[in-house]
Design a protein around this ligand. Sequence first.
Ligand code: GDG
Length: 465
Amino acid sequence: MSRLVVVSNRIADPRKAAAGGLAVALKESLQRTGGLWFGWSGKIRDAPDTSGGQSDVQLQASGNVTLATIDLNQQDYDTYYLGYANGVLWPVFHYRLDLANFDTHFATAYRRVNQLFARRLMALLRPDDVIWVHDYHLIPLAAELRAMGCGNRIGFFLHIPMPPPLIMAALPEHEWLMRSLFAYDLVGLQTEIDVTHFTHYVESEAHAQRVGTDGLRAFNRTLRIGAYPIGIDVDEFTALANAKEGRDMFVRMREEYSRRRLLLGVDRLDYSKGLPQRVHAFRELLAHYPENHNSATLIQIASPSRGDVGAYEDLRRQMDSLCGAINGDYGELDWMPVRYIHRNVARRRLPGLYRASRVALVTPLRDGMNLVAKEFIAAQDPADPGMLVLSRFAGAAEQLKEALLVNPYDIQGTAHAIQKALTMPLEERVRRHDALLRRVREQDVHWWSSRFLDALADTSHGAGD
Ligand code: GDG
């Protein structure tokens, strides 16, 4: 059986509890065959690399899995990571051309770091390894590996959305980037809409031909493409909910807010998550449905993220001011409408918080999938579940149709949906939750990884050359 090699910008030590569902799922796949997980260590080191080889790769064993990491220097961090990955690809793929900084130095650095990854990884590869590359930081990795003679089976999964062709075409390097995806044998996207966007792009820009049900031929190569919606590890999450800290958190929140109805948002502080629009919608709820005064309380956790990118600092200021204004205008001595927490909350405390909430607000302007939506469903009491208000622009909306779907740009419409969620009869909540939980369970993270790896094993490898 082939060894699995996972490559991602950052790696998570699967032994650590805080690692989360993705690390747990990948660990399981990696352990099945023994494996290697390769990525950036998260450290910045400016000492010149004089080894010329792979002595700057740090290897660490975790059972039959090897964790292999490299450090980045400050310039690479600034230009590859902050510059191109998070200052160009992230905004463009989330349809935010206005926030992209198309500096050509960033694209050059992006390519250079992908070449560095490829060189270091190449030295660790065995001929029959199956390689699974993750996310937008590493789109050209397979092309770089191929250029070095790598003939292994290589799959790619994009965690963020694939934008429509004309948005993609605004990216100065779009042709090179999309061509380099054809060095993979299988490309997995989150949703059917993403697959449609990719297919339309390569048909219109590269005259791609469809091959069979899921093949596309262009640039003299054939790849397979499909929607592989990522799920969560429901059992791991339920275990967290039932562990002591999970239960304590639930009891504490229920006591603290016994007279209130809790609404909850849990997001990285990111402009794709629609946080200002959500606060506006909550304000609209208070303005239009005064019965919520002294009662509805929004807890918004916004964990700090990418503070080194300018757009994130602007968002932080905007959120501080919107939350302050709502509390100033509507708050009472014994009621704060919004509790805004700009800090990371320990993962083991999240399930209790989800379970104590009557409504979850998952209202991104654009999101690849959104795992918070699925975690919220998994954490509910099936006999008295909370209700999910979900943006139709989250990838999760394709699977979670029984949630209350909203357009987050429509502030009044969202406020109305929140009110509907707050007042929904028990019977309807149970019925909707039942269907949602069944799907979150069936299509969990193990389903996702085995579907992808089975499809990758099934590709007629090499036929595209
Ligand atoms: C990308 C794509 C796609 C959040 N705040 C805290 C915290 N979290 C955890 C959540 C959840 C995870 O982080 C966030 O996952 P999302 O899926 O919501 O969003 P991204 O981080 O943007 O992830 C996304 C995902 O990749 C997977 O493919 O779904 O579309 O953008 O697990 O619980 N965890 C802790 N403290 C916090 O304050 N511990």
